[in-house]
Design a binder for this molecule. Structure first.
Ligand code: FMN
Length: 163
């Protein structure tokens, strides 16, 4: 079972979460806003799709702070985790989608397996926490390049469907 957990301040990440859910056939009851989700909910799922926008200068979306602390304390061993983020590479090239990297770092020692990393094709040269060697840690939605968003989401969902 798949659970989608997102944090969103102005609705962008929420809309992407809903789009991902539609494409993967995840029902609305399995889409959770981390502002009011119980961390224990993750126990129901074997695949967790976690999404955050980036705020400040490379910071988590506000609602993620408390949720991520609690999430770290759950039993995530054996779970698959896919990450996505929304950001703006034009205004914040050095911290583009850093929240995704922060969530990755926070959960690295939990025994989960990360899936859904991407080739950084079609992005400007990015050197932020989203980059893990030659790949991006997850789906990256860029406000500076909105024309590519739908295709990027669709390709990522296909990738998740295929394993
Ligand atoms: C004050 C401010 C700071 C931001 N800082 C970053 C940043 O460091 N990195 C980034 O990639 N995007 C940054 N953004 C862009 C937001 O992440 C982007 O607008 C995102 O789509 C918001 O998603 P949400 O509505 O789901 O919270 C910032 C935007 C604002 C207004």
């Amino acid at each position: 079972m798949t659970g989608i957990f997102y944090g969103s301040t102005t609705g962008t990440t929420e809309a992407v979460a809903q789009d991902i859910a539609r494409q993967l056939g995840v029902p609305a009851s399995d889409i959770h806003n981390v502002a009011n989700a119980a961390p224990e909910t993750v126990a129901h799922y074997d695949l967790l799709i976690l999404g955050s926008s980036t705020w400040g200068c490379g910071e988590l979306q506000d609602d993620w702070y408390g949720f991520l602390d609690a999430l770290k304390k759950q039993n995530l061993a054996g779970k698959r985790i896919a990450l996505f983020g929304c950001g703006d590479s034009g205004s914040y090239p050095d911290t583009f989608c850093d929240a995704v990297g922060l969530i990755f770092e926070a959960l690295q020692q939990t025994g989960c397996t990360f899936i859904g990393s991407c080739e950084p094709d079609g992005y400007e040269s990015i050197h932020s926490l989203i980059r893990n060697e030659e790949r991006f840690l997850g789906l990256v939605v860029d406000e500076s390049d909105p024309g590519k968003t739908d295709a990027r989401i669709a390709a990522w969902c296909e990738q998740l469907k295929n394993g």
